[in-house]
Ligand binder design. Structure first.
Ligand code: ADP
Ligand code: MG
Length: 642
């Protein structure tokens, strides 16, 4: 038996279960300590300057809360062990360690709050159900598109005659070939313990979605990471490629990874599901309002947590959640909060007022039963018994968003308990103290609540008036990670030190720069080596044709169209060449910038705008040039799954 052993985060520490024994005879030997901690050479792991290559050491440590599993492939089996990854000096380098820390803080913060209502609660854990959207593309098309191959998206391509305007894909039946792929990856997923539950078509042609039953967050994140890998492997067997990019095709809906999130107690209570007594409903309201305030206080950090070069294409693209953070509650819960704001206003509540408030709160479950309103335009929506963070990108590791969400909620709950306890110490009754603090939060965090259309221009204006940020691109969105407020938040809650945050910020900027740099190179290569030569070749054909017609002595009318096209091609080719040169020049300038943030901004503001300008002319050429000459598969072909 030859087995290999891999770690989910400390990638590719691989060895055999053999050692040399007496007389150099191989013996099978495998000690458990090897599983618990390892020291991989991880010099190429991005560390944001935390480690130099000469001190490349880092440590991986087993995360026993996420089960080990065996990955099977045709060539062997690999034992995989979910691990955290820290540097030699103890700084976290991965996403798992800070997520685990955040979940621990959340537990610590939520239990005392639960105990205001139920002394039996001794543990609170967060739950997560991740909806995963993706596109399928035939492998042959994929291989013929260097842009998708290197960047995950098409940098050129004219919108097809029939895109998604009929919206007939969503409710249509799943194409047989896609179905076969789904069934197989579902089986492979089950073997690894991933509890997939649903599959369906999405809005765009050749776009699909799957979702598992929710799990404890750490597990749900590991399972989603694994799922993406499994999907990719299985797709190859079906001659498909899975596209997890947030926006593979311009003008066609993008993909997200909706993070359905809630909190559960050891007593089995979903804290975001109203109960059937005023007491449990007050508990529901407590968590509900605290979450709203947490998002209000740290909306910018939430935005930063989902920022990436690829998600920039989707956020605010009039089909995905906007880049402005807001919360959708539904009209009925909004009314409940408004009611509390009105009734709890006075310093001292009269007995009648108290009864009225209790009555109102007691009615919540009824209200929720017919609370069917949904808002697809909100980045963070309450959906009955959970919040749905919809703005997370389809290719993202959910840890990033989840460690932020759980940290801000933990921080908020601690603050809440402090305020309530201070009032109780001054002889205010517990329920009244809770109501008063909640009311204060409701008033303070009003600006983050938005029930309207998040895609509208009015919302952009309104949000500005409310003082909400609207970061449409990644580099400025990432600033929130290193603001004074965030640094204090992460430090206070033992998630990140300042040094770790700065390092992470640097890595994210660097990744952004590299992504745009790669896209820019592919735009340049395709323009100069594929598109322009093709255009010139076809143009030469036309010129020969015109020359031929002329030599026959035919009238100018007989080659007028050809001349027009010849001219048009020249015009487009000229602009493509000029813009490509200008883009390359901007890249050169950007590369001279030392500061990581300034460099990312240069790539964002100076290099990237060329992409669409060049694309416009390439897409025009696509419409002009003989189809048999065109070097790239077209949208119509790529978007059809047969
Ligand atoms: P909808 O389609 O209304 O969004 P679903 O029931 O299909 O809701 O759920 C979508 C995802 O939300 C699934 O992955 C599901 O497991 C998850 N989910 C449901 N309840 C919870 C919960 N309490 N905590 C976390 N995720 C949940
Ligand atoms: Mg959903």
């Amino acid at each position: 038996m030859v087995s290999t052993f891999d770690r989910l985060h400390g990638r590719k520490t691989r060895f055999f279960f053999f050692e040399l024994g007496d007389g150099n005879r191989p013996i099978e030997n495998f000690s458990s300590s090897a599983l618990v901690q390892q020291e991989p050479d991880a010099s190429s792991f991005p560390s944001g300057g935390i480690r130099n290559t000469f001190e490349a050491r880092g440590y991986t440590a087993w995360d026993p809360t996420s089960p080990a599993f065996i990955m099977e492939s045709t060539s062997g089996k690999t034992l995989c062990i979910p691990t955290i990854f820290v540097s030699y000096t103890g700084e976290t380098l991965d996403y798992k360690a800070p997520l685990l820390k955040a979940l621990n803080e959340l537990d610590q913060a939520a239990v005392p709050v639960c105990q205001y209502f139920d002394k039996n609660v001794t543990k609170v854990h967060a739950t997560l159900g991740i909806e995963q959207e993706y596109f399928l593309i035939d492998i042959a098309m994929f291989n013929a598109r260097p842009d998708i191959e290197t960047t995950g998206r098409t940098v050129f391509g004219h919108i097809p005659a029939k895109g998604q305007q009929l919206e007939d894909h969503y409710f249509g039946s799943i194409p047989a070939r896609a179905y076969a792929f789904m069934v197989e990856f579902e089986i492979e997923a089950f073997k690894l313990g991933i509890p997939l539950k649903t599959r369906h078509n999405e809005v765009a042609p050749s776009q699909f979605e799957c979702a598992p039953v929710f799990e404890e967050i750490n597990l749900a994140v590991d399972h989603n990471q694994l799922l993406m890998d499994v999907m990719d492997k299985v797709a190859r067997r079906h001659n498909f490629k899975v596209l997890l990019h947030e926006k593979p095709y311009a003008g066609i809906n993008g993909s997200g990874k909706h993070n359905n999130w809630s909190l559960t107690t050891n007593t089995g209570k979903n804290l975001l599901s109203p109960g059937n007594s005023p007491k449990t409903n007050l508990q529901f309201l407590t968590f509900f309002v605290n979450i709203i305030r947490a998002v209000y206080e740290h909306g910018d950090l939430m935005r930063a947590s989902i920022a990436s070069a690829s998600n920039d294409h989707r956020l605010g693209a009039n089909e995905a959640p906007p880049a402005i953070m807001s919360i959708f509650l539904g009209s009925q819960l909004s009314e409940v909060l408004d009611e509390i704001e009105k009734t709890v206003a006075k310093d001292k509540l009269s007995p009648e007022e108290k009864t009225q408030i209790k009555l109102n709160i007691g009615r919540i479950p009824e209200i929720l039963l017919d609370n069917t309103d949904r808002n697809r335009t909100s980045p963070f929506a309450f959906t009955g018994n959970k919040f749905e963070f919809r703005a997370v990108g389809s290719s993202a590791n959910s840890s990033s968003a989840m460690l932020v969400l759980n940290t801000i909620v933990a921080n908020q709950l601690k603050e809440f308990a402090k305020e309530v306890d201070a009032m109780i110490a001054k002889d205010v009754k517990k329920d009244e103290a809770i109501m008063k603090v909640l009311r204060k939060y409701i008033v303070e965090s009003k600006a983050i609540r938005f029930e309207g259309n998040g895609y509208s221009d009015e919302w952009v204006k309104e949000a500005k008036k409310r003082g909400l940020s609207n970061f449409t691109t990644t580099p400025p969105a990432l600033d929130a990670y290193i603001s004074k407020k965030s640094k204090e938040l992460f430090k206070r809650n033992n998630i990140f030190t300042e040094r770790e945050l700065e390092a992470r910020h640097d890595i994210l900027l660097e990744t952004y720069t590299k992504k745009i740099q790669i896209e820019s190179r592919i735009v340049g290569t395709l323009s100069l080596n594929h598109i322009i030569p093709t255009a010139i070749k076809y143009q030469s054909d036309l010129i020969n044709n015109v020359a031929g017609l002329k030599s026959l002595g035919l009238l100018a009318d007989s080659y007028k169209t050809q001349l027009d096209i010849i001219k048009e091609i020249s015009e487009h080719v000229l602009v493509i060449k000029e813009k490509t040169d200008s883009m390359v020049n901007e890249r050169r300038l950007a590369n001279k910038v030392d500061d990581a943030r300034e460099k990312a901004i240069a790539y964002c503001d100076k290099v990237k705008p060329h992409f669409d300008e060049i694309r416009y002319h390439v897409d025009k050429l696509e419409l002009l040039i003989d189809d048999t000459y065109w070097p790239l598969p077209k949208y119509r072909e790529m978007l059809t799954v047969r």
